[in-house]
Design a protein around this ligand. Structure first.
Ligand code: BGC
Length: 736
């Protein structure tokens, strides 16, 4: 009996084994949606050849490249095993066709992850990131990124190369438009907001995409504002200024990072072991992957680091760069490098694991294809347009409003002048995805719709954006003479900012300044509306204009928002997230600079003021906000204790409005010199006329009073600190 039972048991076991083997054969573990991701990866890795693994670490392009700076052949005959593709098309069909090839013609059926630059909107274009930062409304930015994610994912894009969080001190650099200004803390807050907006809680949702923090790191420090060039960054500055937003973005869960082009004091970002491996992966524990910027691996040759593309591949990969975007360095040389022992299989497995992890998280193995929908279901939906309107309104900054010229009384005769007045295209800005000129209402049409028949309106172009044709000046002057108020719309072409768009001066072309001088002859009040991708040098224009509204490149709904501010329907609430220098010669100029050894009139410019024209945080409202006394919960604290600070703010004017309170700290004496002040928190609140609200800042002593040294180690020293709000300073003593 015992023997028979044993035989039965053995048969049963045998059957079970055969069944599970058969099962394994028909549905491998990596295809089991219920299995844990890490086990699925283990299983898949165990089945992959070296060649298949290497292909996962490459990104090519699919379709016609629409980034003019990335000069490269369209990739033909893309292998079914490719890891990733940049997807330029607006509909999912092309993607789905290629994905079918990957799923059906590759041995293991590993889906491709499709990436694209969705920077400030996919089709519903909202303001450039620099403008978004001036809204001081991260919640709204998160919503805008969610709209972009929905439009992109439903169009076949799984992964956006955004947000750009390069802290920028030099507005000559065209890419200043793409980031959130000059302050590390601000960039961090908006990094987290956009990561949450893009990714949501579930990357596999049909309306979310993976985010990519870029360009890691220090790209914005390019010398003299020239794109792609050398950056001289001390270790201290790396930790003080450039790394903090990345740390916040990583903590917020950003799926990927893009390594930067720039040479960081001798070690280019795309071959930098310290930043990619020691800091990002080892210290911060990032479990996603790093993709190179376009062609950055190969460019190590141009930078003088690698003498061949093979050497470049070795440097980059050994430094921690997982995926090669369009250098064809990994696909050509990685196998050889493994065979030569220059790269280990363990390293390859680790990078492939990171790439596969994202594909599993995106749900691509279960849902490789994008459902085909019509454009109406995806784009410019009313709720998406609503977000674009609000973000445009909140990002605009009223720089000047002499004698309360604005808002404009409705019965006036308005002359609308300038090369930006009937120009929808430039309102979209650089990197406008699949945005279309026709989606953007012109500033003239926005004003017409806003003021309707209640105001007379006359238009004259006056001049082009650049050149020396003054033949339109007379007509413009006549319109100004006819009017009660002149709205002159000046600015930059959208190609003047973004990638490879550095400028030697941030002044507008002379012809535009001359147009204003001409209009001044009419003796009418002048409102200057500025469309730009960077702060501008305004000192000559400033004295000639009564009011100035910076609207940045505000996206599809900027015109109506601008007109609403001019009419008073909207009370402006934007404040600068970047300093407006008095002149180009002052660059770099930013609020959180360190102190000088000499005071008073020493160390200042002899020919111009050393102060900026408009400082960080500047921005006017149509109402008045009166600040009460800044009150801390204690003026003496011990390490580990809690500290909070409050201030009451009252809207003493007659209009509803919004106010942002910026909380700065200063550490007057420290074993490493500190900036004059550093932003540590901000909050924006809406007010009814006459209303008082309390703003509250919970200070975390380690985080807010502490500082990092050149190795990124955090310290908190006993001594005196200051909490600064507007012109108030509160002293706090930290005792041991
Ligand atoms: C840019 C990146 C961009 C990439 C892909 C590069 O030239 O620097 O910001 O994501 O191209 O288009």
């Amino acid at each position: 009996m015992k023997k028979r039972a044993l035989i039965y048991m053995l048969c049963l076991l045998g059957t079970l084994c055969t069944l599970s083997a058969k099962d394994k054969k028909s549905t491998p573990l990596y295809k089991d949606a219920k299995a844990p991701i890490e086990r699925r990866i283990d299983d898949l890795l165990s089945r992959m050849t070296l060649e298949e693994k290497v292909m996962q670490l490459n990104q090519y392009t699919l379709g016609q490249n629409n980034n003019v700076n990335n000069i490269g052949e369209e990739v033909k005959n893309i292998p079914a095993e490719i890891g990733s593709l940049i997807y330029f098309d607006v509909d999912p069909e092309l993607r789905n066709g290629m994905q079918k090839k990957a799923m059906e013609e590759s041995r293991l059926g590993i889906p491709i992850v499709f990436g694209y630059d969705v920077i400030h909107g996919f089709r519903t274009v909202y303001p450039i990131s620099l403008g978004q930062a001036c809204s001081w409304n991260p919640g709204l930015v998160e919503q805008a990124c969610a709209v972009a994610a929905q439009e992109a994912r439903m169009s076949g894009v799984d992964w956006t190369f955004s947000p750009m969080i390069d802290v920028a001190h030099d507005p000559r650099w065209g890419r200043v438009a793409e980031g959130y200004g000059e302050d590390p803390y601000t960039n961090g807050v908006f990094a987290a907001a956009s990561v949450h907006g893009y990714q949501g809680d579930d990357l596999s949702a049909k309306d979310r995409v993976a985010a990519c923090l870029k360009h890691y790191v220090g790209y914005s420090a390019s010398e003299a504002g020239r794109d792609y060039v050398y950056t001289e960054i001390s270790q201290q500055t790396l930790w003080d200024t450039y790394l903090p937003p990345y740390e916040v973005g990583v903590k917020a869960g950003a799926a990927t990072l893009m390594s930067s082009f720039n040479d960081i004091s001798g070690v280019p970002g795309s071959a930098n072991h310290y930043t990619m491996t020691e800091v990002l992966k080892n210290r911060w524990g990032h479990d996603g992957f790093v993709v190179s910027d376009w062609g950055a691996v190969k460019q190590l040759e141009n930078q003088g680091l690698a003498s061949t593309k093979k050497e470049a591949a070795r440097y980059s990969f050994n430094a921690g760069l997982d995926m090669d975007m369009m250098s064809h360095a990994y696909d050509s040389h990685m196998k050889e490098l493994v065979e030569e022992g220059k790269i280990t299989m363990a390293q390859i497995d680790e990078s492939v694991r990171r790439v596969l992890r994202l594909k599993f998280r995106l749900g691509l193995f279960e849902q490789p294809y994008t459902p085909v929908t019509n454009e109406k279901e995806r784009f410019l939906r009313p709720q998406s347009m609503e977000v674009a309107v609000r973000l445009a309104e909140e990002s605009m900054v009223l720089l000047k409003n002499e004698n309360q010229l604005l808002p404009v009384a409705r019965q006036k005769r308005i002359a609308v002048i300038g090369p930006m007045a009937k120009n929808g295209a430039d309102l979209l800005g650089s990197w406008c995805g699949h945005g279309q000129d026709k989606d953007a209402e012109t500033l003239y049409d926005g004003l017409l719709a806003e003021f309707g028949k209640k105001a007379g309106m006359r238009y004259a172009e006056g001049c082009k954006v650049e050149g020396d044709d003054r033949s339109g000046f007379a007509e413009a002057l006549a319109a100004a003479q006819w009017s009660d108020i002149v709205v002159v719309c000046l600015g930059e072409k959208k190609e003047w900012s973004g990638e490879n768009a550095s400028r030697s001066t941030i002044a507008l072309p002379q012809i535009q300044e001359e147009l204003v001088t001409e209009l001044k002859k009419a003796g009418k009040p002048i409102v200057l509306v500025l469309v730009s991708g960077r702060p501008l040098e305004l000192n000559r224009l400033e004295s000639q204009c009564d009011a100035i509204l910076e609207i940045w490149q505000p996206g599809v709904n900027g015109a109506r928002s601008m007109a609403g501010i001019l009419s008073g329907r909207i009370n402006p609430s934007g404040k600068l997230a970047i300093t407006f220098p008095y002149s180009t010669g002052q660059i770099p100029i930013y609020y959180n600079r360190r102190k000088s050894g000499r005071r008073g009139n020493q160390g200042i410019y002899q020919d111009i003021t050393s102060e900026p024209l408009y400082p960080f945080g500047h921005g006017l409202s149509y109402t008045e906000f009166k600040y009460g006394t800044v009150t801390p919960s204690a003026t003496r604290v011990k390490r580990g204790e809690k500290l909070s600070v409050e201030v009451n703010v009252t809207n003493t004017g007659t209009r509803d409005g919004a106010e942002t309170v910026h909380w700065f700290i200063a550490d007057p004496y420290c074993s490493i010199t500190r900036p004059m002040k550093e932003l540590k928190y901000f909050e924006k609140q809406q007010f009814k006329a006459g209303e008082t609200k309390t703003f509250h800042f919970d200070v975390d002593l380690e985080r807010d009073f502490g500082f990092v040294n050149k190795n990124g180690e955090r310290f908190l020293e006993a001594g005196e600190y200051e909490i600064i709000v507007k012109d108030q300073k509160v002293k706090i003593e930290l005792v041991e």
